[in-house]
Design a protein around this ligand. Structure first.
Ligand code: SAH
Ligand code: SF4
Ligand code: F3S
Length: 451
């Protein structure tokens, strides 16, 4: 039996893509293996978002070249594939820097993987085309057993690519223009997942709330409409979507948080910075106050919603005063969690050419302060759960025997002790304690008291 090892870096879409590539290769007789050591095919599914992420690929490839050589000496062939956003951005350059790579394949041609692998037997191959056909229409569905093995929570890409062109970001270049999958295709995929036991779906897109897919009625469907339809799929109990852009949060989508019980009270809505000057330079096309007002409207519809965001510190030209504006925005909104990054100049993006690049030491200090503030809010949010009874979806067994792990509707990890419950159960849990990364609670016997 042939074995493939897939290692995904970067965002959730890469995790999803990795699974879909495993499905394609499954049809070719490959089974997945968790380590590169016994794999005939090793595939790095890469991320180009920051310099460090892109750099990691070459370090990893160096190690894999050695592995490939050792094996060759033993008479065994190893095929090395680089997929994902570094593949798209750097193409043939990858094989120039690391000749051991057999195939470089961009995110839009994964359905051609078998054909390209066959071609690579005859010599190195690069394919970073952005073909006109819809790759999703050509990707095979996973087998039920594979879905079950992946767990009760699943990702479903519904939208890919981005037309926003934030000045710092490579995604519009690595993923291409915005594309929405047709509704019937998405529904078929969700139904298949649900039939194999999936309850919790995260709809993915670089700009997922810009979704505008072709509906079964021939009209254009919004994300809110798509979610209303997904909520009708039997056994889908939880729906989330990520990542959204503030400018695409329309009334219909906000209302979905109020009206659809399956839509979780959690929203990742990156703002990046708080200063209007920096937001304009980033080409975000919204101000700090517009973001605050949007948050107010979302909280009106769903008062208990947990918000999360992404931040960049040290965008070119960011002054101390600009940075203070970011802290002020964070203090106003109080996010339940957030990701934050030091600005990393990316080749080909407009911001990389800007004057006023911020020194590393300044970025370090700002990041430290920002993360301290976000962490305070995160801890407050988690501690406020203590004493409350909330619905937990049990996702897996916990670290210790008798322990089960699940999530609150707000995406918080929860551990409970129980021998009577199982993965996939939705149970009411009284939160007793908040640790630094996880909540701890006990199952409540009479859920009717929970409200
Ligand atoms: N809308 C996208 C965002 C992708 S990038 C999505 O679907 O997730 C994720 C985050 O990385 C961005 O929100 C931004 O905060 C950060 N990021 C992007 N480019 C960056 C850069 N050049 N330097 C530092 N952080 C960056
Ligand atoms: Fe990048 Fe901006 Fe598009 Fe997000 S919205 S993927 S940050 S260009
Ligand atoms: Fe990275 Fe590409 Fe995702 S650059 S964050 S893997 S879209």
């Amino acid at each position: 039996m042939k074995k493939v090892h897939i290692k995904s870096y970067g965002c959730q879409m890469n995790v999803y893509d990795g699974q879909r590539m495993a499905d394609v290769l499954g049809q070719q007789g490959y089974v997945e293996t968790a380590t590169p050591d016994d794999a005939d095919l090793i595939l790095l599914n890469t991320c180009h978002i920051r310099e460090r992420a892109a750099h990691k690929v070459y370090t990893e490839l160096g190690k894999l070249r050695d592995l490939k050589r050792e094996r060759k000496a033993q008479g065994r062939e190893t095929t090395l594939v680089v997929a994902g956003c570094v593949a798209q951005a750097e193409g043939a350059e990858i094989q120039r820097r690391q000749p051991a790579v057999d195939l470089v394949i961009g995110p839009q041609t994964y359905h051609r993987l078998p054909e390209l692998l066959a071609l690579a037997k005859g010599g190195r191959v690069v394919d970073t085309e952005l073909p006109p056909e819809d790759k999703f229409g050509h990707l095979p569905a996973p087998k039920p057993a594979v879905i079950v093995a992946r767990g009760i929570s699943a990702f479903v890409t519904v939208q890919e690519g981005c037309d926003k062109f934030c000045a710092f970001c490579v995604v519009p270049y690595t993923r291409g223009a915005e594309f929405s999958r047709p509704v019937t295709q998405v529904i078929a995929e969700v139904e298949r997942l649900a039939e194999a036991g999936v309850q919790d779906v995260s709809l993915l897109g670089q700009n997922v709330n810009a979704y505008h897919g072709e509906g079964p009625d021939g009209g254009v469907w919004t994300l809110a409409r798509l979610m209303r339809r997904i909520a009708e799929v039997p056994d889908i109990t939880r729906i989330r979507y990520t990542t959204s852009h503030p400018r695409d949060m329309d009334e219909e989508l906000i209302a979905a948080h109020r009206d659809l019980p399956q839509v979780m009270p959690f929203l990742h809505l990156p703002v990046q910075a708080g200063s209007d000057r920096i937001l304009a330079a980033m080409n975000r096309k919204h101000t700090g106050d517009e973001y605050r007002r949007l948050i107010d409207r979302i909280r009106e519809a769903r008062p208990d919603i947990a918000l999360s965001s992404d931040f960049i510190v040290g965008f070119p030209g960011e002054s101390d005063a600009d940075f203070e504006e970011t802290l002020r925005l964070i203090a106003d909104v109080r996010f339940a969690s957030a990701y934050s990054f030091k600005y990393s100049p990316r080749p080909g993006t407009p911001a990389a050419e800007l004057a006023g690049q911020v020194p590393l030491a300044v970025m370090d200090e700002r990041l430290h302060r920002l993360q301290g503030l976000v962490e305070e809010h995160r801890q407050d949010f988690n501690h406020a759960m203590v004493g409350r009874t909330v619905e937990i979806l049990i996702e897996r067994t916990g670290r210790h025997p008798g322990q089960l792990a699940g999530k609150t509707p707000y995406m918080q990890a929860v551990q409970i002790e129980s021998t009577t419950h199982r993965i996939g159960d939705r149970i009411m849990v009284e939160i007793e304690r908040a640790g630094s990364n996880s909540l701890f609670g006990r199952a409540v016997e009479r859920p009717e008291l929970a409200a």
